[in-house]
Design a protein. Structure first.
Lengths: 260, 311
Protein backbone atom coordinates (compact mmCIF):
# COMPACT_ATOMS: atom_id res chain seq x y z
CA UNK A 1 0.00 0.00 0.00
CA UNK A 2 2.87 2.33 0.89
CA UNK A 3 4.11 2.18 -2.67
CA UNK A 4 0.73 2.41 -4.40
CA UNK A 5 1.23 6.08 -5.27
CA UNK A 6 4.84 5.96 -6.42
CA UNK A 7 4.24 2.73 -8.36
CA UNK A 8 1.20 4.27 -10.02
CA UNK A 9 3.22 7.35 -10.94
CA UNK A 10 5.87 5.08 -12.48
CA UNK A 11 3.21 3.25 -14.48
CA UNK A 12 1.62 6.52 -15.64
CA UNK A 13 5.03 7.60 -16.96
CA UNK A 14 5.34 4.27 -18.76
CA UNK A 15 1.94 4.66 -20.41
CA UNK A 16 2.48 8.27 -21.45
CA UNK A 17 5.76 7.25 -23.06
CA UNK A 18 3.97 4.44 -24.87
CA UNK A 19 1.34 6.86 -26.17
CA UNK A 20 4.04 9.19 -27.49
CA UNK A 21 5.90 6.29 -29.14
CA UNK A 22 2.74 5.01 -30.76
CA UNK A 23 0.84 8.17 -31.67
CA UNK A 24 -1.21 6.79 -34.56
CA UNK A 25 -3.88 5.44 -32.22
CA UNK A 26 -4.17 8.77 -30.41
CA UNK A 27 -4.66 10.56 -33.73
CA UNK A 28 -7.22 8.04 -34.84
CA UNK A 29 -9.18 8.53 -31.64
CA UNK A 30 -8.98 12.32 -31.99
CA UNK A 31 -10.13 12.26 -35.56
CA UNK A 32 -13.38 10.43 -34.85
CA UNK A 33 -15.13 13.15 -32.77
CA UNK A 34 -13.91 15.89 -35.11
CA UNK A 35 -15.38 14.06 -38.11
CA UNK A 36 -18.64 13.60 -36.20
CA UNK A 37 -18.68 17.29 -35.37
CA UNK A 38 -18.13 18.40 -38.95
CA UNK A 39 -20.55 15.80 -40.28
CA UNK A 40 -23.37 16.71 -37.96
CA UNK A 41 -22.91 20.45 -38.20
CA UNK A 42 -22.26 20.88 -41.92
CA UNK A 43 -24.02 17.90 -43.51
CA UNK A 44 -26.98 17.38 -41.20
CA UNK A 45 -26.95 20.56 -39.14
CA UNK A 46 -29.07 22.72 -41.43
CA UNK A 47 -32.05 20.38 -41.38
CA UNK A 48 -31.63 19.13 -37.81
CA UNK A 49 -31.22 22.68 -36.56
CA UNK A 50 -34.54 23.62 -38.10
CA UNK A 51 -36.09 20.60 -36.41
CA UNK A 52 -34.99 21.42 -32.89
CA UNK A 53 -36.53 24.84 -32.99
CA UNK A 54 -34.94 27.55 -30.87
CA UNK A 55 -34.47 31.24 -31.64
CA UNK A 56 -32.67 30.99 -34.98
CA UNK A 57 -33.23 27.28 -35.62
CA UNK A 58 -30.38 26.86 -38.05
CA UNK A 59 -26.89 25.42 -38.37
CA UNK A 60 -25.44 27.73 -35.70
CA UNK A 61 -28.18 26.67 -33.29
CA UNK A 62 -27.46 23.01 -33.98
CA UNK A 63 -23.72 23.49 -33.42
CA UNK A 64 -24.46 24.70 -29.90
CA UNK A 65 -26.94 21.85 -29.42
CA UNK A 66 -24.61 19.08 -30.58
CA UNK A 67 -21.26 20.23 -29.16
CA UNK A 68 -21.82 18.69 -25.68
CA UNK A 69 -22.66 15.40 -27.42
CA UNK A 70 -19.53 15.59 -29.53
CA UNK A 71 -17.46 16.13 -26.38
CA UNK A 72 -19.08 12.98 -24.98
CA UNK A 73 -18.21 11.20 -28.24
CA UNK A 74 -14.64 12.38 -27.73
CA UNK A 75 -14.68 10.58 -24.37
CA UNK A 76 -16.22 7.39 -25.73
CA UNK A 77 -13.70 7.40 -28.59
CA UNK A 78 -10.73 8.00 -26.30
CA UNK A 79 -11.73 5.21 -23.95
CA UNK A 80 -11.68 2.76 -26.87
CA UNK A 81 -7.97 3.45 -26.72
CA UNK A 82 -7.92 2.43 -23.05
CA UNK A 83 -9.59 -0.87 -23.89
CA UNK A 84 -7.26 -1.62 -26.78
CA UNK A 85 -4.05 -0.65 -25.02
CA UNK A 86 -4.92 -2.67 -21.92
CA UNK A 87 -5.88 -5.70 -24.00
CA UNK A 88 -2.60 -5.30 -25.91
CA UNK A 89 -0.62 -4.97 -22.70
CA UNK A 90 -2.15 -8.14 -21.26
CA UNK A 91 -0.89 -10.14 -24.24
CA UNK A 92 2.67 -9.05 -23.49
CA UNK A 93 4.98 -10.84 -21.09
CA UNK A 94 5.80 -7.70 -19.17
CA UNK A 95 2.51 -7.82 -17.28
CA UNK A 96 3.41 -11.26 -15.96
CA UNK A 97 6.71 -9.73 -14.88
CA UNK A 98 4.81 -7.03 -12.99
CA UNK A 99 2.71 -9.73 -11.34
CA UNK A 100 5.82 -11.42 -9.95
CA UNK A 101 7.19 -8.17 -8.53
CA UNK A 102 6.59 -6.75 -5.07
CA UNK A 103 4.68 -3.73 -6.36
CA UNK A 104 1.21 -2.38 -5.70
CA UNK A 105 -0.66 -4.56 -8.19
CA UNK A 106 -3.34 -2.02 -8.89
CA UNK A 107 -0.67 0.36 -10.20
CA UNK A 108 -0.61 -1.60 -13.48
CA UNK A 109 -4.24 -0.53 -13.96
CA UNK A 110 -4.04 2.94 -12.45
CA UNK A 111 -1.11 3.63 -14.76
CA UNK A 112 -3.33 2.94 -17.74
CA UNK A 113 -6.33 4.76 -16.27
CA UNK A 114 -4.51 7.95 -15.33
CA UNK A 115 -2.59 7.92 -18.61
CA UNK A 116 -5.88 7.57 -20.49
CA UNK A 117 -7.46 10.32 -18.43
CA UNK A 118 -4.70 12.74 -19.44
CA UNK A 119 -5.13 11.68 -23.06
CA UNK A 120 -8.91 12.08 -22.85
CA UNK A 121 -8.72 15.54 -21.27
CA UNK A 122 -6.42 16.65 -24.09
CA UNK A 123 -8.81 15.14 -26.64
CA UNK A 124 -11.77 16.97 -25.12
CA UNK A 125 -9.88 20.27 -25.11
CA UNK A 126 -8.94 19.74 -28.75
CA UNK A 127 -12.52 19.00 -29.80
CA UNK A 128 -13.80 21.99 -27.81
CA UNK A 129 -11.20 24.07 -29.64
CA UNK A 130 -12.45 22.90 -33.04
CA UNK A 131 -16.06 23.59 -32.01
CA UNK A 132 -15.19 27.12 -30.93
CA UNK A 133 -13.26 27.61 -34.14
CA UNK A 134 -16.32 26.81 -36.25
CA UNK A 135 -18.60 29.03 -34.19
CA UNK A 136 -19.58 27.35 -30.92
CA UNK A 137 -20.41 30.04 -28.35
CA UNK A 138 -21.22 29.36 -24.72
CA UNK A 139 -23.02 31.53 -22.17
CA UNK A 140 -21.21 29.81 -19.30
CA UNK A 141 -19.31 31.80 -16.68
CA UNK A 142 -16.30 30.63 -14.68
CA UNK A 143 -18.37 28.60 -12.22
CA UNK A 144 -20.29 26.88 -15.02
CA UNK A 145 -17.07 26.09 -16.87
CA UNK A 146 -15.59 24.56 -13.73
CA UNK A 147 -18.72 22.48 -13.31
CA UNK A 148 -18.49 21.41 -16.96
CA UNK A 149 -14.85 20.42 -16.48
CA UNK A 150 -15.69 18.48 -13.32
CA UNK A 151 -18.59 16.66 -14.95
CA UNK A 152 -16.53 15.76 -18.03
CA UNK A 153 -13.59 14.50 -16.00
CA UNK A 154 -15.95 12.48 -13.78
CA UNK A 155 -17.57 10.83 -16.81
CA UNK A 156 -14.21 10.26 -18.50
CA UNK A 157 -12.80 8.68 -15.33
CA UNK A 158 -15.85 6.44 -14.94
CA UNK A 159 -15.87 5.29 -18.57
CA UNK A 160 -12.11 4.69 -18.49
CA UNK A 161 -12.48 2.26 -15.59
CA UNK A 162 -15.30 0.51 -17.43
CA UNK A 163 -13.15 0.36 -20.55
CA UNK A 164 -10.26 -1.00 -18.54
CA UNK A 165 -12.50 -3.91 -17.55
CA UNK A 166 -13.50 -4.33 -21.22
CA UNK A 167 -9.81 -4.54 -22.12
CA UNK A 168 -9.16 -7.13 -19.41
CA UNK A 169 -12.16 -9.27 -20.29
CA UNK A 170 -11.32 -9.41 -24.03
CA UNK A 171 -9.59 -12.57 -25.09
CA UNK A 172 -7.85 -10.91 -28.02
CA UNK A 173 -6.79 -7.44 -29.06
CA UNK A 174 -9.09 -7.70 -32.09
CA UNK A 175 -12.01 -8.51 -29.82
CA UNK A 176 -11.21 -5.58 -27.59
CA UNK A 177 -11.61 -3.12 -30.45
CA UNK A 178 -15.27 -4.12 -30.84
CA UNK A 179 -16.34 -4.48 -27.24
CA UNK A 180 -16.59 -0.73 -26.64
CA UNK A 181 -18.61 -0.04 -29.77
CA UNK A 182 -22.03 0.05 -28.02
CA UNK A 183 -20.63 2.81 -25.83
CA UNK A 184 -19.93 4.90 -28.92
CA UNK A 185 -23.44 4.35 -30.25
CA UNK A 186 -25.20 5.01 -26.96
CA UNK A 187 -25.32 8.84 -27.41
CA UNK A 188 -27.47 8.28 -30.52
CA UNK A 189 -30.08 6.44 -28.46
CA UNK A 190 -30.65 9.46 -26.27
CA UNK A 191 -30.89 13.18 -26.44
CA UNK A 192 -27.45 13.54 -28.01
CA UNK A 193 -28.41 14.52 -31.53
CA UNK A 194 -32.15 15.10 -31.49
CA UNK A 195 -34.69 15.66 -28.69
CA UNK A 196 -36.10 12.40 -27.32
CA UNK A 197 -39.75 13.41 -27.75
CA UNK A 198 -39.56 12.72 -31.48
CA UNK A 199 -38.79 9.03 -30.82
CA UNK A 200 -41.20 6.03 -30.67
CA UNK A 201 -42.38 5.19 -27.13
CA UNK A 202 -40.09 2.29 -26.23
CA UNK A 203 -37.03 4.00 -27.60
CA UNK A 204 -38.01 7.25 -25.91
CA UNK A 205 -38.34 5.48 -22.59
CA UNK A 206 -34.84 4.01 -22.99
CA UNK A 207 -33.44 7.31 -24.24
CA UNK A 208 -34.75 9.23 -21.26
CA UNK A 209 -33.38 6.85 -18.65
CA UNK A 210 -30.00 5.93 -20.10
CA UNK A 211 -26.96 7.45 -18.35
CA UNK A 212 -25.85 9.77 -21.13
CA UNK A 213 -29.15 11.69 -21.34
CA UNK A 214 -28.97 13.43 -17.93
CA UNK A 215 -25.26 13.94 -18.56
CA UNK A 216 -25.92 15.80 -21.82
CA UNK A 217 -28.84 17.68 -20.25
CA UNK A 218 -26.52 18.87 -17.51
CA UNK A 219 -23.77 19.85 -19.96
CA UNK A 220 -26.22 21.74 -22.19
CA UNK A 221 -27.66 23.46 -19.18
CA UNK A 222 -24.27 24.59 -17.96
CA UNK A 223 -23.01 25.66 -21.39
CA UNK A 224 -26.17 27.06 -22.97
CA UNK A 225 -28.27 28.03 -19.98
CA UNK A 226 -31.11 25.56 -20.66
CA UNK A 227 -32.90 24.15 -17.57
CA UNK A 228 -30.88 21.51 -15.69
CA UNK A 229 -33.20 20.21 -12.97
CA UNK A 230 -31.76 17.11 -11.26
CA UNK A 231 -29.79 16.08 -14.32
CA UNK A 232 -26.42 17.08 -12.84
CA UNK A 233 -26.92 14.93 -9.76
CA UNK A 234 -28.27 12.01 -11.74
CA UNK A 235 -25.30 12.27 -14.11
CA UNK A 236 -22.84 12.30 -11.20
CA UNK A 237 -24.68 9.32 -9.70
CA UNK A 238 -24.24 7.43 -12.97
CA UNK A 239 -20.54 8.37 -13.05
CA UNK A 240 -20.12 6.97 -9.53
CA UNK A 241 -21.94 3.74 -10.38
CA UNK A 242 -20.13 3.20 -13.70
CA UNK A 243 -16.74 4.20 -12.32
CA UNK A 244 -16.92 2.18 -9.12
CA UNK A 245 -18.41 -0.81 -10.94
CA UNK A 246 -15.70 -0.61 -13.59
CA UNK A 247 -13.01 -0.34 -10.94
CA UNK A 248 -14.24 -3.36 -8.99
CA UNK A 249 -14.72 -5.40 -12.15
CA UNK A 250 -11.25 -4.48 -13.45
CA UNK A 251 -9.62 -5.30 -10.16
CA UNK A 252 -11.33 -8.67 -10.02
CA UNK A 253 -10.35 -9.45 -13.62
CA UNK A 254 -6.74 -8.39 -13.10
CA UNK A 255 -6.37 -10.49 -9.97
CA UNK A 256 -7.55 -13.54 -11.84
CA UNK A 257 -4.81 -16.01 -12.51
CA UNK A 258 -2.64 -15.23 -15.44
CA UNK A 259 -3.92 -17.58 -18.11
CA UNK A 260 -1.10 -17.33 -20.55
CA UNK B 1 19.65 -23.17 4.11
CA UNK B 2 16.89 -23.98 1.67
CA UNK B 3 16.02 -21.49 -1.03
CA UNK B 4 13.15 -23.39 -2.63
CA UNK B 5 11.12 -26.15 -1.09
CA UNK B 6 8.09 -27.82 -2.57
CA UNK B 7 6.10 -30.80 -1.38
CA UNK B 8 3.46 -32.64 -3.35
CA UNK B 9 2.68 -29.78 -5.75
CA UNK B 10 -0.36 -30.58 -7.83
CA UNK B 11 -2.03 -28.51 -10.50
CA UNK B 12 -4.60 -29.11 -13.23
CA UNK B 13 -5.97 -26.95 -16.00
CA UNK B 14 -9.55 -28.11 -16.33
CA UNK B 15 -9.41 -31.87 -16.87
CA UNK B 16 -5.77 -31.77 -17.83
CA UNK B 17 -3.52 -32.74 -14.91
CA UNK B 18 -0.20 -30.95 -15.37
CA UNK B 19 1.55 -31.56 -12.05
CA UNK B 20 0.98 -34.82 -10.19
CA UNK B 21 2.84 -34.23 -6.94
CA UNK B 22 6.20 -32.51 -7.38
CA UNK B 23 8.76 -32.39 -4.53
CA UNK B 24 11.72 -30.05 -4.75
CA UNK B 25 14.50 -29.02 -2.45
CA UNK B 26 17.00 -26.42 -3.63
CA UNK B 27 19.79 -25.32 -1.27
CA UNK B 28 20.68 -21.63 -1.20
CA UNK B 29 23.44 -20.52 -3.57
CA UNK B 30 23.10 -23.43 -5.99
CA UNK B 31 21.84 -23.89 -9.52
CA UNK B 32 18.98 -26.32 -9.82
CA UNK B 33 17.75 -27.43 -13.18
CA UNK B 34 14.35 -28.83 -13.97
CA UNK B 35 14.78 -30.85 -17.13
CA UNK B 36 11.81 -31.92 -19.18
CA UNK B 37 10.12 -31.98 -22.55
CA UNK B 38 7.51 -29.51 -23.73
CA UNK B 39 4.37 -30.04 -21.71
CA UNK B 40 6.12 -31.84 -18.87
CA UNK B 41 5.02 -29.12 -16.44
CA UNK B 42 8.18 -27.02 -16.14
CA UNK B 43 6.56 -23.67 -16.76
CA UNK B 44 3.61 -24.53 -14.50
CA UNK B 45 6.08 -25.30 -11.71
CA UNK B 46 7.83 -21.96 -12.23
CA UNK B 47 4.49 -20.14 -12.31
CA UNK B 48 3.48 -21.65 -8.97
CA UNK B 49 6.85 -20.95 -7.33
CA UNK B 50 6.86 -17.37 -8.63
CA UNK B 51 3.28 -16.72 -7.33
CA UNK B 52 1.77 -16.26 -10.79
CA UNK B 53 -0.70 -19.09 -10.23
CA UNK B 54 -1.78 -21.15 -7.26
CA UNK B 55 -1.32 -24.87 -6.71
CA UNK B 56 -4.31 -27.17 -6.36
CA UNK B 57 -2.50 -29.18 -3.71
CA UNK B 58 0.79 -29.41 -1.86
CA UNK B 59 2.87 -26.57 -0.50
CA UNK B 60 5.87 -24.52 -1.55
CA UNK B 61 8.11 -21.93 -0.02
CA UNK B 62 10.67 -19.68 -1.65
CA UNK B 63 13.35 -17.81 0.32
CA UNK B 64 11.61 -18.96 3.49
CA UNK B 65 8.17 -17.57 2.59
CA UNK B 66 5.12 -19.63 1.75
CA UNK B 67 4.00 -18.90 -1.83
CA UNK B 68 0.30 -19.19 -0.97
CA UNK B 69 0.11 -17.32 2.32
CA UNK B 70 2.83 -14.72 1.81
CA UNK B 71 3.17 -14.08 -1.93
CA UNK B 72 4.30 -10.47 -1.42
CA UNK B 73 7.38 -11.54 0.56
CA UNK B 74 8.16 -14.16 -2.09
CA UNK B 75 7.89 -11.54 -4.85
CA UNK B 76 10.28 -9.27 -2.98
CA UNK B 77 12.90 -12.03 -2.97
CA UNK B 78 12.64 -13.39 -6.50
CA UNK B 79 13.31 -12.45 -10.09
CA UNK B 80 11.68 -14.23 -13.02
CA UNK B 81 12.75 -14.43 -16.64
CA UNK B 82 10.25 -16.46 -18.56
CA UNK B 83 10.47 -18.03 -21.98
CA UNK B 84 8.18 -15.31 -23.31
CA UNK B 85 9.84 -11.98 -23.60
CA UNK B 86 8.87 -9.70 -20.71
CA UNK B 87 10.21 -6.40 -21.96
CA UNK B 88 8.22 -3.34 -23.02
CA UNK B 89 8.76 -3.21 -26.77
CA UNK B 90 7.84 0.46 -27.11
CA UNK B 91 10.39 1.55 -24.51
CA UNK B 92 14.14 1.65 -25.05
CA UNK B 93 16.50 -0.71 -23.25
CA UNK B 94 17.49 2.02 -20.82
CA UNK B 95 13.84 2.97 -20.18
CA UNK B 96 12.95 -0.65 -19.52
CA UNK B 97 15.69 -0.90 -16.92
CA UNK B 98 14.74 2.47 -15.44
CA UNK B 99 11.15 1.23 -15.13
CA UNK B 100 12.40 -1.73 -13.12
CA UNK B 101 14.60 0.53 -10.97
CA UNK B 102 11.58 2.73 -10.19
CA UNK B 103 9.37 -0.24 -9.39
CA UNK B 104 12.06 -1.60 -7.11
CA UNK B 105 12.14 1.82 -5.41
CA UNK B 106 15.88 2.17 -5.86
CA UNK B 107 15.93 5.96 -5.71
CA UNK B 108 17.30 8.27 -8.37
CA UNK B 109 21.07 7.90 -7.85
CA UNK B 110 21.15 4.19 -7.02
CA UNK B 111 18.68 3.45 -9.79
CA UNK B 112 20.73 5.28 -12.40
CA UNK B 113 23.94 3.58 -11.28
CA UNK B 114 22.31 0.15 -11.43
CA UNK B 115 20.83 0.81 -14.89
CA UNK B 116 24.15 1.92 -16.35
CA UNK B 117 26.00 -0.97 -14.75
CA UNK B 118 23.56 -3.53 -16.15
CA UNK B 119 23.64 -1.95 -19.62
CA UNK B 120 27.42 -2.41 -19.61
CA UNK B 121 27.41 -5.84 -18.03
CA UNK B 122 24.84 -7.22 -20.46
CA UNK B 123 26.38 -5.62 -23.50
CA UNK B 124 23.31 -3.51 -24.33
CA UNK B 125 24.96 -0.10 -23.88
CA UNK B 126 25.30 0.50 -27.63
CA UNK B 127 21.59 -0.04 -28.22
CA UNK B 128 20.44 1.43 -24.91
CA UNK B 129 18.41 4.21 -26.54
CA UNK B 130 16.79 2.14 -29.25
CA UNK B 131 13.34 0.66 -28.68
CA UNK B 132 13.40 -2.93 -27.45
CA UNK B 133 11.24 -3.94 -30.43
CA UNK B 134 14.32 -3.48 -32.64
CA UNK B 135 16.52 -5.84 -30.59
CA UNK B 136 17.66 -9.26 -31.79
CA UNK B 137 16.46 -12.36 -29.95
CA UNK B 138 19.66 -12.73 -27.97
CA UNK B 139 19.80 -9.08 -27.05
CA UNK B 140 16.16 -9.03 -25.98
CA UNK B 141 16.80 -12.03 -23.75
CA UNK B 142 19.80 -10.27 -22.21
CA UNK B 143 17.69 -7.17 -21.54
CA UNK B 144 14.99 -9.40 -20.09
CA UNK B 145 17.47 -10.96 -17.67
CA UNK B 146 19.04 -7.60 -16.85
CA UNK B 147 15.56 -6.31 -15.91
CA UNK B 148 15.14 -9.29 -13.61
CA UNK B 149 18.39 -8.42 -11.87
CA UNK B 150 17.61 -4.76 -11.17
CA UNK B 151 15.96 -5.70 -7.88
CA UNK B 152 18.95 -7.84 -6.77
CA UNK B 153 16.82 -10.96 -6.24
CA UNK B 154 18.05 -13.78 -3.98
CA UNK B 155 16.32 -16.45 -6.04
CA UNK B 156 16.18 -16.26 -9.82
CA UNK B 157 13.85 -18.31 -11.98
CA UNK B 158 14.99 -18.82 -15.54
CA UNK B 159 12.31 -20.54 -17.57
CA UNK B 160 13.95 -21.95 -20.70
CA UNK B 161 16.34 -19.01 -20.96
CA UNK B 162 17.95 -20.17 -24.20
CA UNK B 163 15.00 -21.61 -26.10
CA UNK B 164 14.94 -20.07 -29.57
CA UNK B 165 18.40 -18.53 -29.31
CA UNK B 166 21.17 -19.13 -31.81
CA UNK B 167 24.20 -21.09 -30.55
CA UNK B 168 26.31 -17.99 -29.94
CA UNK B 169 23.64 -16.18 -27.94
CA UNK B 170 23.12 -19.41 -26.06
CA UNK B 171 26.79 -19.56 -25.03
CA UNK B 172 26.64 -15.90 -24.03
CA UNK B 173 23.60 -16.61 -21.86
CA UNK B 174 25.41 -19.52 -20.20
CA UNK B 175 28.33 -17.24 -19.35
CA UNK B 176 25.96 -14.74 -17.79
CA UNK B 177 24.32 -17.46 -15.69
CA UNK B 178 27.72 -18.70 -14.51
CA UNK B 179 28.68 -15.19 -13.41
CA UNK B 180 25.40 -14.88 -11.54
CA UNK B 181 26.06 -18.08 -9.68
CA UNK B 182 29.45 -16.76 -8.66
CA UNK B 183 27.68 -13.81 -7.03
CA UNK B 184 25.88 -16.19 -4.68
CA UNK B 185 22.27 -16.19 -5.85
CA UNK B 186 20.13 -19.30 -6.15
CA UNK B 187 19.05 -20.18 -9.66
CA UNK B 188 16.12 -22.33 -10.66
CA UNK B 189 16.53 -23.12 -14.31
CA UNK B 190 14.18 -25.04 -16.55
CA UNK B 191 15.39 -26.44 -19.81
CA UNK B 192 14.69 -29.10 -22.37
CA UNK B 193 18.37 -29.42 -23.22
CA UNK B 194 20.46 -31.96 -21.35
CA UNK B 195 23.70 -30.19 -22.25
CA UNK B 196 22.42 -26.94 -20.78
CA UNK B 197 21.52 -28.58 -17.48
CA UNK B 198 24.85 -30.40 -17.57
CA UNK B 199 26.77 -27.15 -18.16
CA UNK B 200 25.08 -25.05 -15.53
CA UNK B 201 23.36 -27.04 -12.83
CA UNK B 202 24.58 -28.42 -9.53
CA UNK B 203 21.57 -30.67 -9.35
CA UNK B 204 19.11 -31.77 -12.00
CA UNK B 205 15.60 -33.09 -11.62
CA UNK B 206 13.93 -34.76 -14.57
CA UNK B 207 10.25 -33.89 -14.92
CA UNK B 208 8.09 -36.20 -16.99
CA UNK B 209 4.33 -35.81 -17.34
CA UNK B 210 4.05 -33.89 -14.09
CA UNK B 211 6.24 -36.12 -11.95
CA UNK B 212 9.91 -35.98 -11.00
CA UNK B 213 11.30 -39.24 -12.35
CA UNK B 214 14.94 -38.75 -11.35
CA UNK B 215 17.04 -36.33 -9.39
CA UNK B 216 20.75 -35.98 -8.81
CA UNK B 217 23.92 -34.36 -10.02
CA UNK B 218 24.63 -34.43 -13.74
CA UNK B 219 27.13 -37.25 -13.21
CA UNK B 220 24.69 -39.30 -11.17
CA UNK B 221 22.09 -38.98 -13.87
CA UNK B 222 24.49 -39.76 -16.69
CA UNK B 223 25.45 -42.98 -15.01
CA UNK B 224 21.86 -44.03 -15.38
CA UNK B 225 21.82 -43.09 -19.05
CA UNK B 226 23.27 -45.36 -21.69
CA UNK B 227 26.31 -43.99 -23.48
CA UNK B 228 24.53 -42.96 -26.61
CA UNK B 229 23.45 -44.88 -29.68
CA UNK B 230 24.00 -45.51 -33.31
CA UNK B 231 21.18 -44.84 -35.72
CA UNK B 232 21.09 -47.19 -38.71
CA UNK B 233 19.11 -46.06 -41.71
CA UNK B 234 17.75 -48.59 -44.21
CA UNK B 235 16.15 -48.26 -47.60
CA UNK B 236 14.71 -51.78 -47.73
CA UNK B 237 12.27 -52.96 -45.02
CA UNK B 238 13.72 -56.49 -45.37
CA UNK B 239 17.16 -55.24 -44.31
CA UNK B 240 15.55 -53.53 -41.35
CA UNK B 241 13.88 -56.83 -40.40
CA UNK B 242 17.14 -58.72 -40.74
CA UNK B 243 19.05 -56.17 -38.68
CA UNK B 244 16.43 -56.26 -35.95
CA UNK B 245 17.04 -60.04 -35.72
CA UNK B 246 20.83 -59.97 -35.61
CA UNK B 247 21.56 -56.90 -33.49
CA UNK B 248 20.85 -57.16 -29.80
CA UNK B 249 18.99 -54.45 -27.82
CA UNK B 250 18.05 -52.60 -30.96
CA UNK B 251 14.83 -50.63 -31.05
CA UNK B 252 12.84 -49.30 -33.95
CA UNK B 253 12.98 -45.57 -34.37
CA UNK B 254 9.37 -44.57 -34.82
CA UNK B 255 7.87 -45.09 -38.26
CA UNK B 256 11.12 -44.48 -40.11
CA UNK B 257 13.16 -47.29 -41.64
CA UNK B 258 15.71 -46.83 -38.91
CA UNK B 259 17.12 -48.80 -36.02
CA UNK B 260 18.48 -47.37 -32.80
CA UNK B 261 21.34 -49.46 -31.38
CA UNK B 262 22.87 -48.67 -27.96
CA UNK B 263 26.54 -47.97 -28.52
CA UNK B 264 29.22 -46.14 -26.56
CA UNK B 265 30.74 -44.72 -29.72
CA UNK B 266 34.12 -46.42 -29.38
CA UNK B 267 35.82 -47.67 -32.53
CA UNK B 268 35.78 -51.24 -31.20
CA UNK B 269 32.08 -51.27 -30.49
CA UNK B 270 31.30 -49.68 -33.82
CA UNK B 271 33.46 -52.16 -35.71
CA UNK B 272 31.82 -55.08 -33.89
CA UNK B 273 28.40 -53.80 -34.91
CA UNK B 274 29.38 -53.31 -38.55
CA UNK B 275 31.07 -56.73 -38.70
CA UNK B 276 27.95 -58.38 -37.37
CA UNK B 277 25.77 -56.64 -39.97
CA UNK B 278 28.25 -57.57 -42.68
CA UNK B 279 28.31 -61.23 -41.55
CA UNK B 280 24.57 -61.43 -42.09
CA UNK B 281 24.72 -59.45 -45.35
CA UNK B 282 22.46 -56.70 -44.03
CA UNK B 283 22.58 -53.67 -46.27
CA UNK B 284 22.74 -50.40 -44.27
CA UNK B 285 21.99 -47.19 -46.07
CA UNK B 286 23.62 -44.80 -43.67
CA UNK B 287 24.80 -44.61 -40.11
CA UNK B 288 24.95 -41.80 -37.58
CA UNK B 289 26.36 -41.56 -34.07
CA UNK B 290 24.35 -39.97 -31.28
CA UNK B 291 25.67 -38.84 -27.91
CA UNK B 292 23.15 -39.05 -25.08
CA UNK B 293 20.41 -36.49 -25.31
CA UNK B 294 17.11 -35.90 -23.63
CA UNK B 295 15.59 -38.74 -25.65
CA UNK B 296 18.04 -41.12 -24.05
CA UNK B 297 17.40 -39.70 -20.60
CA UNK B 298 13.72 -40.35 -20.97
CA UNK B 299 14.28 -43.71 -22.56
CA UNK B 300 16.50 -44.69 -19.66
CA UNK B 301 14.41 -43.18 -16.89
CA UNK B 302 10.89 -43.76 -18.05
CA UNK B 303 11.33 -46.62 -20.46
CA UNK B 304 9.64 -44.70 -23.24
CA UNK B 305 10.91 -42.16 -25.70
CA UNK B 306 9.75 -38.59 -25.53
CA UNK B 307 9.12 -36.29 -28.39
CA UNK B 308 11.25 -33.25 -27.73
CA UNK B 309 12.68 -30.38 -29.65
CA UNK B 310 16.39 -30.71 -30.24
CA UNK B 311 18.83 -27.85 -29.79
Amino acid sequence: MTHALSDSATMVRRNLKRMIRYPSMTFQLLLMPVIFLLLFVYVLGGTLGAGIGGPSGGRAEYLNYVTPTIILIAITAAVQGTTISIALDMTEGIVDRFRTMAIARVSVLTGHVVGSLIQTVLAMAFVFGVAVLIGFRSQAGVVEWLAVAGLLVAMAFALIWLSAAFGLVSKTVEGSSNIGLPLMLLPFFGNGFVPTDSMPTVLRWFAEYQPFTPFIDALRGLLMGTPIGNSGYIALGWCAVIGFGGYLWSKKLFNRESTR
Amino acid sequence: MTAIKAAGLRRSYGDHVVLKGVDLNVPRGTVFSLLGANGAGKTTTVKILSTLIGADGGSASVAGHDVASDPVAVRAAIGVTGQFSAVDNLLTGRENLKLMADLNHLGRTDGKRKVEQLLEQFDIADAADKPAASYSGGMRRRLDLAMTLVGSPQVIFLDEPTTGLDPRSRRAMWDIVRRLVASGVTIFLTTQYLDEADELADRIAVLDHGKIVAEGTADELKRRIPGGHVLLQFSDPRDLEAATRVVRNASRDGEALALRVPNDGSVGALKALLDRLDEHSVLVDSLSMHTPDLDDVFLALTGKPETVAHP
